[in-house]
Design a protein around this ligand. Structure first.
Ligand code: HEM
Length: 514
């Protein structure tokens, strides 16, 4: 089972930022309801001095191996990057990253760890995004019907715009289903969680959420309820195994000795025949359900086969796995905000819904500034897909707040978002969860929220690599909080470490009293 110590972070249950692994993890991180509006402290300096990029990993072979072990096991990503910022006195430096030499083309990268240098990764005139979605490892295209699926395409490739247009079509054609399907599916989720808490004192949100997320995505995007098909309840488990083949080499597995893991899953590709049955079952389910989108694909000029494989990947990987990680993060941070935040959210959400005649509508949601800000704050403090990559398309200069660095054509760059979005030169109290950070004046800071591979005040389009599901993701996160606080005044959680990683357990759901 994939653990929380993964290199490619969306493939694991979310970790508390401390990386502490006690049985019951208490919240070591501060979270508050409000502060005075944050000030944008970043001051761009003209004519920054060109500095040689520091770092590189030391001696050949041993240096890279040591860095890889530090990253995966000894330090974990956060401390790996932070400790080297201290060592090099720079938020831009060279480092060696996983995965192993037989699965990755190169492991050396220029890392970007502040809010000023990171956005160079969004500039597709400077940066090539080809085959870099999962970083230094790219799964075999045999897993996706022989096609390179959309997230691996650079906008300079012809299929990119066509496939992205198709995803926009899918989202637009199903937009009226999102709110009703979410409300019914997540209503059932909370019914089940309540039952779990009343029978055993706590309920595993992550486990229930996997089923809810898969059901919701299948219903809202494809109009099909998996429970009424042959797939039944098996979708999430099948995707879990399928995803292992997609990104196994960049995962860390619990229960496997480190050396063995390094020599096996991080060094070798898993044999594809092992996943054939799972792939066939997913195909059987989604192919018939996506008929209306595949008809549109042909009109756009893509074969049904190629379109289907991108849709499958985006649904099972980007959407399902993204939501699985993000929703647990969201509940964790909102829980840490405490009862004052919960009460404010409940008041705001209930009053907006009441003023919309008791209906949850887009316009009611717009009247919930604290709730909207809290969602953005969660995306800032713990971005669900924390690492992005790009390869310099030409010789470029990348600027941090203090220096400029020359990056040569072809060099790999890696941005670790959790540090870029906790840049103290941009955000006040950056390590703290401040629910109302983006309310009112604070909205101007949204351009520094980068979870979607682009600024939050920007939009995905056919020419960029920003997440096509950006608005969908923000909407469903908002709907989760709306659902939660329409039903409950407050809730409690425990983060529990077990053999399969850290789980978010709900220990109480206090029914709405006003
Ligand atoms: C919490 C959930 C999600 C997160 C955190 C997320 C995040 C991201 C990120 C960071 C990228 C850019 C990766 C890169 O190129 O380096 C991306 C790309 C993409 N995402 Fe999402 N995503 C989520 C959900 C979705 C959903 C629901 C959809 C659509 C239904 C979607 C569709 C896409 C597509 C199509 C791309 C590729 C865009 C392109 O090639 O131009 N994502 N996503």
């Amino acid at each position: 089972m994939a653990s929380t110590r993964s290199w490619f972070p969306p493939l694991s249950k979310p970790l508390p930022p401390s990386h502490h692994r006690s049985l019951c993890i208490q919240c070591p991180i501060k979270a508050t309801y409000g502060i005075r509006p944050s000030k944008e402290a970043a001051v761009d300096r003209e004519n920054l001095p060109i500095r040689k990029i520091p770092g590189g990993g030391g001696f050949p072979l041993i240096g890279p191996l040591r860095e890889r072990l530090d990253y995966l096991y000894n330090q974990g990503p956060d401390e790996f990057f932070r400790s080297r910022i201290r060592e090099y006195h720079s938020t831009v430096y060279r480092a060696n990253l996983p995965s192993g030499p037989l699965v990755a083309q190169d492991m050396r990268a220029v890392v970007l760890l502040d809010g000023k240098s990171f956005p160079v990764l969004f500039d597709v005139t400077k940066v090539d995004k080809k085959d870099l979605f999962t970083g230094t490892f790219m799964p075999s295209s045999e897993l996706t019907g022989g096609y390179r699926v959309l997230p691996y395409l650079d906008p300079s490739e012809l299929s990119h715009a066509k496939l992205k247009k198709l995803v926009f079509f899918l989202l637009k054609s199903r937009r009226d289903r999102i709110i009703p399907d979410f409300r019914s599916t997540y209503g059932e989720l909370f019914d089940s969680l309540e039952l779990g808490i009343s029978s055993s004192g706590r309920a595993d949100f992550g486990a229930f959420n996997e089923y809810a997320a898969f059901d919701f995505l299948s219903k809202s995007l494809f109009g099909i309820n998996p429970r009424e098909t042959e797939l039944g309840l098996e979708g999430p488990r099948i995707i879990g195994r399928w995803v292992m083949f997609m990104v196994g080499p960049v995962l860390t597995l619990d229960g496997l000795p480190r050396l063995l893991e390094n020599l096996t899953t991080h060094t070798l590709r898993l044999p594809l025949f092992l996943t054939r049955e799972d792939s066939m079952r997913l195909q059987g389910f989604f192919y018939s359900a996506s008929r209306h989108v595949l008809d549109e694909a042909e009109k756009i000029g893509i074969s049904r086969e190629e379109a289907y494989h991108s849709l499958l990947f985006i649904t099972c990987f980007n959407s399902f796995w993204g939501i699985k990680i993000f929703f647990s993060n969201l509940l964790k941070w909102i829980s840490r905000g405490g009862v004052i935040l919960h009460t404010k959210l409940a008041q705001e959400i209930r009053s907006a819904v009441r003023s919309s005649g008791g209906e949850v509508t887009m316009s009611a949601i717009e009247k919930m500034p604290l709730m909207k800000s809290a969602v953005y704050e969660c995306l800032r403090i713990e971005p669900p897909l924390p690492i992005q990559y790009g390869r310099a398309k030409k010789d470029i200069v990348v600027e941090s707040h203090d220096s400029a660095f020359e990056v040569k054509r072809g060099e790999l760059m890696v941005g670790y978002q959790p540090l870029a979005t906790k840049d103290p030169r941009i955000f006040e109290r950056p390590e703290e969860f401040v629910a109302m950070r983006f309310v009112g004046e604070g909205e101007r800071l949204l351009k520094h929220v980068l979870w979607s591979n682009g600024p939050e005040d920007g939009s995905p389009n056919l020419g960029n690599k920003q997440c096509a599901g950006k608005d969908f993701v923000v909407l469903v996160a908002r709907l989760l909080l709306v659902q939660l606080f329409l039903r409950y005044d407050s809730f409690d959680i425990e983060m529990v470490a077990g053999p399969a990683g850290v789980s978010l357990m709900l220990t109480s759901l206090k029914r709405a009293t006003f």
